[in-house]
Design a protein. Sequence first.
Length: 254
Amino acid sequence: MEEKKVVVVTGGNRGLGKATCELFLERGYRVATFARTPTTWHEEDEDFISFCCDIRDRVKLRDTRDKILAEFGRIDALVNNVGVQGEWRKNIDVLPDENWDWNVDVNMTGTFNVTKIIGSELLKNENGGAIVNIASMGGLCGIYGGTVAYCSTKRGITMMTECTALEWGPKNVRCNCVCPGPIETEINRARYEMPGVREGRANLTALKRSGEPRDIAEAVYFLCSDRAKWITGVTIAVDGGMTKTTLNPFVDLS
């Protein structure tokens, strides 16, 4: 019987990360996840383990990596899902320094830390592996009005994706990036329930609906699968056509 593959998903305690973990479990993977807060939606079993770990903490990351390897023995895929937004609607001249630092520390440095410490385990595999970074449509085009920290770091993730693909490609490690469009999750549901927001965001897409976490998880799963074995270094917008129809400097996404 073929040994189950192992995927590590950061931020699997809720939202897109949770949906991604659920899908990989359904498709027969063993799943390891970690976040700053505990994962409570799934009991740990022989195919699922979770840890508390801040991706800014390199010492804790190494410890978490070692625990995953001790439990599962290998890592075949990595999904860098953790990210933050911080304060929106604060233009450069009034943006708090700590907000810029937080976005850089988590979105950029945190993603780098996980890729270096955990993603590098894929280099040891005979058949390599796959990494998928989660960025944002804000990593494809600037969003009007006070999003410089968020958009800059998400754009940085798209370039980190390309560099990782080039550096690790000779070892058959692929790296791609998914940029989600408007997705309703438990994290932002209060905003979506404000008058007109759900309908307004849906109307900004070509498909006239907001996405679901499963939509992103399916794209991530495909890029980690052997069906995508000739795809690396690319950034894919999974946004219902939003970036093709409306995303420009004059669109207000509040």
